[in-house]
Design a protein around this ligand. Structure first.
Ligand code: ATP
Ligand code: MG
Length: 373
């Protein structure tokens, strides 16, 4: 899939810009706070229906405006054209349309316009709390498997009900036990399916990731990746049994804490480089290398499953990695698909980097985008 043009109206620090992109590489240069990440955010939003930076959508409108619009013209792998429009109004919220047809259910949009991103702001994936890693795996699995997304939605709906019962201090423990009963079955059912999906995904993904990481990192480094859950099992039955048992034994803790203490909403993904926990011991370059390897692995996986090439957004590529790694990363990226790379480096200093001659360069200054020859 290719994004051929993008129009932004009152989006973040853009007033009105229209950009024609290159079908291969697009290098976007600009100093800090000029609008580079905002531009990637706009592309991501058109594909995923949500921002990767905020849940508060009114932040997307320019400070001076109550509404904002994005229009992206996409060409799918089969040559079909799709125009996606995002329109947000502070009063009524957001709307999407594809080829002028209103998108009724945002979930049906996800996975149709695949995108992968590596951005320090998209996920504090390797440094942040477990919730960041769950968000990563959930968004990726939702793009390739819509059923997974529905299961997840259902799980969180049940969890919310359950937590509101547990958190209600007016109930006695007997009452709570009774009220929870009808929710437990669904919780274990949906929760177990999510855990199984995530575990089998990690098994498949681990090898791709490991392979890419070892090709990019120029030193002898081995990356390991596991799914961390109290609820372990090889089959759905095993997981359900373990889940049931743990739910039973954590009854007391749940009542004390007033919330559901085990389940996929508490699980984590663990990265280790040479058997050391990355989150605790990783260097900045290692974190960056893992982030880029994750994005490339995600790209491969989505491309294979969906038969559509995701667009690739790389925010701030050239910081924190040494020239050797940078060269290898570029070698990889150049053969993938349509690339959008932002950098604070000057365009003139990029000419000797490994970028294809066909690349298109853009300069961003205070929300104004200029094409540079
Ligand atoms: N809703 C908004 N309206 C107007 N300006 C905004 C809005 N949201 C963010 N900005 C401005 O956009 C700028 C940040 O843009 P962005 O995050 O894209 O910077 P960047 O070019 O990626 O910088 P860096 O290199 O530091 O990452 C800031 O100056 C911020 O004030
Ligand atoms: Mg930025």
């Amino acid at each position: 899939m290719i994004l051929s043009s993008l129009e932004l109206k009152n989006f973040r620090n853009y007033v009105h810009e229209r950009i024609e992109f290159n079908t291969e590489q697009n290098i976007i240069s600009g100093r800090n706070a000029q609008g580079k990440t905002n531009l990637l955010e706009a592309i991501y939003l058109l594909c995923i229906t949500r921002s990767f930076r905020t849940r508060i959508e009114k932040e997307l409108c320019n400070f001076e405006s109550d509404e904002c619009t994005l229009k992206g013209e996409f060409v799918l792998g089969n040559g079909n054209k799709r125009t996606i429009i995002f329109y947000y109004q502070k009063k009524d919220g957001k709307q999407f349309s594809v080829n002028k047809k209103k998108v009724e259910k945002f979930s049906s949009h996800i996975g149709q316009f695949p995108v992968v991103i590596s951005s320090p702001e998209a996920y504090n994936l390797t440094t942040g709390p477990p919730a960041e890693r769950r968000k990563f795996i959930d968004i990726m699995l939702s793009q390739i498997n819509i059923q997974y997304m529905y299961q997840l939605q259902e799980y969180y709906r049940i969890l919310k009900q359950r937590n509101s019962i547990l958190g209600n201090r007016r109930y006695s423990s007997n009452q709570i036990t009774k009220l929870l009963e009808p929710w437990n079955l669904g919780l274990v059912e949906k929760g177990s399916q999510i855990i199984l999906e995530r575990m089998s995904f990690v098994e498949e993904f681990k090898n791709i990731l490991r392979n890419i990481y070892s090709q990019i990192s120029t030193t002898e480094e081995e990356l390991n990746f596991t799914y961390g859950s109290k609820i372990q099992g090889k089959t759905l039955e095993e997981i359900k049994n373990r889940y049931d048992a743990l739910l039973e034994s954590s009854k007391r803790a749940e009542m004390e804490q007033g919330t559901t203490t085990i389940g996929p909403h508490r699980d984590d993904l663990v990265f280790e480089v040479n058997e050391n926990n990355l989150r605790k011991f990783g260097s900045r370059g290692q974190h960056k290398t893992v982030l880029i390897s994750l994005m490339i692995s995600e790209f491969e996986l989505i491309k294979n499953k969906l038969n559509e090439t995701p667009v690739i957004l790389v925010d701030d590529l050239y910081s924190e990695i040494d020239p050797k790694r940078e060269e290898r990363i570029m070698e990889f990226l150049l053969q993938l698909g349509q690339l959008f790379i932002t950098t604070t480096n000057e365009i003139s200093s990029l000419k000797d980097k490994r970028i294809n001659r066909t690349a298109k360069y853009f300069q961003i200054e205070s929300g104004k985008i200029r094409y540079v020859k």
